[in-house]
Design a protein around this ligand. Structure first.
Ligand code: ADP
Ligand code: MG
Length: 237
């Protein structure tokens, strides 16, 4: 629990920094991007055009890192609604399945009977996509990523299970620390954002990893007391 508190403190600090400087960095970047576009339009040389394109692409990449970073600064769920987690997963299926087939990988859904939950749809989509992306990036062609939902005593569980090489136990502790990445093109923000979104939903993320692969479990609390706070009884799927 102490570790968890320390991690939340770190996240809080990061969140404040994000809110403070994120916007400020964006403004000059927008200006530079605008002038680059003007120069690109005036410049006849095909050779230079490639440079302009690259510069604009890189600016856009930096911008999307800032967007991810800024989403860490939020502390409340945007527009929460009592809704079906399974439905959110189904809506995202075509996109996730397209991602999987790019790498000749498979995506399997095992959606159980679960009650509706109070969820921010955009945030749950982002959480799911980040976990799925990590799973796919950890696997090779021919392997399968499985998304499960089920009820486990007092929790609704969302599990994202891959068949990748697993995570070294020495690294497990660092997961979720902003900017921790083992990938060349990684931002190390995906899991930090997942933890943040989970916390906003009073959910926790648990990792289980071995040489058979890795499973990320997101446990949403579902107790009789939450049921009386307006959660409908078990919904059929
Ligand atoms: P990024 O994907 O940009 O590296 P993340 O925060 O999403 O950042 O993940 C941080 C690190 O956690 C990854 O670089 C990787 O080392 C490890 N990781 C996350 N998910 C998995 C997974 N399913 N299998 C193996 N390693 C993983
Ligand atoms: Mg990632």
């Amino acid at each position: 629990l102490e570790k968890e508190m320390a991690r939340l403190d770190r996240l809080n600090l990061v969140a404040q920094m994000a809110a403070g400087i994120g916007h400020e960095i964006r403004n000059p970047m927008t200006t530079v991007r605008g002038f680059l576009q003007i120069l690109a339009a005036k410049d006849e040389s095909i050779h230079n055009k490639n440079y302009y394109d690259l510069m604009i692409e890189e600016l856009d990449r930096a911008n999307s890192i800032i967007t991810e970073f800024l989403s860490l600064a939020k502390s409340k769920v945007d527009d929460p609604k009592i809704q079906s987690l399974n439905q959110i997963i189904k809506t995202l299926y075509p996109m996730m399945e397209a991602n999987a087939s790019l790498g000749k990988q498979f995506l399997r859904l095992e959606l159980g009977q679960i009650p509706d939950l109070l969820l921010g749809e955009k945030e749950i989509r982002q959480l799911l996509l980040n976990l799925v992306r990590n799973g796919l990036e950890a696997m090779t062609a021919g392997q399968t990523l499985t998304i499960k939902t089920y009820l486990d005593s007092d929790s609704v569980v969302l599990a994202v299970q891959d068949e990748g090489p697993g995570i070294e136990s020495s690294l497990l502790e660092k997961l979720g620390t902003p900017f921790f990445t083992t990938k060349d093109q990684g931002t190390g923000l995906g899991l930090a954002i997942c933890h943040n979104i989970a916390a906003r939903h009073q959910a926790v993320i648990i990792v289980e990893s071995g040489n058979q692969g890795t499973t990320f479990y997101v446990r949403f609390p579902f107790t009789p007391s939450t049921e009386t706070k307006g959660y409908p009884k078990k919904e059929t799927e």
